[in-house]
Design a protein around this ligand. Structure first.
Ligand SMILES: Nc1ncnc2c1ncn2[C@@H]1O[C@H](COP(=O)(O)OP(=O)(O)OP(=O)(O)O)[C@@H](O)[C@H]1O
Length: 344
């Protein structure tokens, strides 16, 4: 059942008035849309191994610097769908039109010969994954205030994709490595629209690969058709990860795999919210906010898609609005003590 929220205000979004193709091709670095292969080769030192930021399913990502000094991340795409191959410019133009403070928008592209490259602003604070589980997890820079801001910001970014972008976009790969952090640790959801550029077979393979395991809505095992509600499920998992510092799926000492929602659910039902908190927070968090994130996370990560909220509702709940709706969730039958974990 969807919660009914009144009017939503999206203060942080802004529309891009002009079409990306209208942007000056000969303008300064910030107004460029079409890049030449030559300048991207020069910016990335010929896709030098030392410039490589990482590699995902769709290709490798390289750090680069343009002639004006601005730092970029260049995604070198590996496989394209036939449609995207035929008209790459038109396909990426839709992605370029989507603009929101919590989305990592496309800055430009290059399509020359076999090379298909996407250009983004470089995010100096890496990804949420790197602070939760990766090389920066020991830095303890992800204090509670930042976690709340990442939760709300990424919810607003995804809500924008679902409810305001034209055409609407289902992300399909919401996970901690796709939430990047800008210089102010503001969440920028990355990789939206990319699933639609991949060949169908590859997009389906993506639903089984390691990186997305634990985030996939259970209904995707039956039907490969992703919906907005699948993104809501993935976002619920992401929220629980953000609060607890645990991975979407943890392996126990006996090599058993435990989904994060199955671990957090009994603790939440018994109101043992403090035990869900990431030990790296050292107890420094706002109890009410932590409880809110856990309840909303579990409500999103329910197995029945029709019971999940929309991303607009999620954003409002996380911001602390719609108090009656949070109460409604808290009193839902799933959190009553008789409920068993299998009903999740
Ligand atoms: N704009 C960017 N600024 C800084 N780092 C980036 C940027 N874009 C991607 N990265 C980093 O590059 C690496 C590879 O990213 P990529 O999106 O290709 O893979 P992924 O998110 O790990 O997996 P997937 O392909 O499944 O989304 C990741 O570590 C990511 O954090």
């Amino acid at each position: 059942m969807h919660l009914r929220l009144c009017q939503m205000k999206f203060c942080s979004f802004f529309f891009c008035c002009g079409r990306p193709s209208d942007w000056s091709e000969k303008g300064s670095g910030s107004s460029r849309w079409v890049f030449s292969l030559r300048e991207l080769l020069s910016a990335t030192n010929n896709f030098n191994y030392d410039n490589k930021l990482g590699e995902g399913e769709s290709g490798s990502v390289y750090w680069g610097q343009l002639w004006d000094g601005s730092q970029i991340a260049v995604k070198r795409l590996r496989m394209l769908s036939e449609k995207a191959e035929q008209d790459f410019a038109a396909e990426v133009e839709t992605m370029g039109r989507v603009r929101h403070n919590n989305l990592l928008s496309l800055r430009g592209y290059c399509s020359e010969g076999p090379e298909h490259l996407l250009v983004y602003d470089y995010m100096p604070n890496f990804s949420l994954y790197s602070y939760l589980h990766g090389p920066h997890s020991a830095d303890r820079l992800l204090h509670w205030g930042r976690r709340m801001s990442v939760a709300i910001g990424s919810a607003e970014g995804i809500a924008y994709l679902h409810h305001h972008a034209t055409p609407r976009i289902i992300h399909k790969k919401i996970k901690a490595s796709n939430v990047l952090l800008d210089s102010e640790f503001r969440a920028r959801v990355a990789d939206f629209g990319l699933a639609d550029l991949a060949p169908e077979s590859a997009a389906q393979v993506a639903t089984t690969v390691k990186g997305t395991q634990g985030y996939l809505a259970p209904e995707l095992a039956i039907s490969a058709k992703a919906t907005e509600s699948c993104d809501v499920y993935s976002f619920g998992v992401l929220l629980l990860e953000l609060v607890s510092g645990k991975r979407s799926i943890e392996k126990s000492s006996t090599n058993q795999r435990l989904a994060i929602a199955d671990w957090a659910f009994p603790l939440a039902r018994e109101k043992r919210f403090d035990e869900i908190a990431d030990p790296k927070l050292d107890g420094s968090y706002v109890k009410e906010e932590l409880k809110r994130l856990v309840l909303v996370g579990l409500f999103c990560a329910q197995s029945q898609p029709q019971r999940r909220p929309t991303m607009l509702e999620v954003a409002e709940l996380l911001k602390g609005g719609a108090k009656e709706n949070l109460l409604f969730i808290q009193n839902d039958e799933m959190f009553r003590i008789q409920t068993t974990a299998s009903s999740l």
